[in-house]
Design a protein around this ligand. Sequence first.
Ligand SMILES: [Zn+2]
Length: 239
Amino acid sequence: MNENIKQDIETLVKLQETESQIVRLKAVLDKVEKQKQKIGLKIKTYADAFEDNQQQLQYITKASKDIEMEIQLVDDQIVKSNEKLRMVKTNKEYQLLLREVDDNKKRKDSLETELIEYMEQKEQLEKVVEESEKEYLLLKEKIEAEQNEIDQQTTEDKKALEAYLNDQKQIGKDLDPGLMTRFSRISKMNKGLAVIDVKNEVCMGCFMNIPPQLFIEVQRGNSLISCPQCSRILYYDNQ
Ligand SMILES: [Zn+2]
């Protein structure tokens, strides 16, 4: 057996041990992150509702102010017309002004009715805004607490992942960069499993038979052999 190859295989096996842990921990943390995001989506619905209600309230508030201003204008016109009425000379002018005052009073009445409706809507909306804000803040608090709890539960996993990544870096220093690249590439292709043993001419990664001659070569350990099916780097463990 070639000593260099033997050493490479030992290093690759160690590298694989850390790689398997890294892949496992990343999957766990990824799942947790998705769970956190999913929980977070619930807030959005409530935040949107709260914002919509606020916008509607702003609209109604502006609309009622506009009506109040219009009522003021109509009022001014009525006052002016009444002043003119006292100074008119002809009956025709008098009738004309009377009608103007009458029209403006009708206009004012309808505006005031409209204003009352707006005020009622505004009052209702203020309650809705208050309610939806309460609901939103309550849920936000609850969800943030849930997310914090999830974060705390993953503290250990995050630390472990960090440690395995460091280990892998240290172990990788003993490998030829080309071989390291080969390892990473095969790992990516095979869900994190790049180095695997062969038992009874079967690759334990893909469970396919390898040709007998190749099995002999793996046992001899004079070169690094890849599985013809799954490309994983093969080694023979005679224990
Ligand atoms: Zn295979």
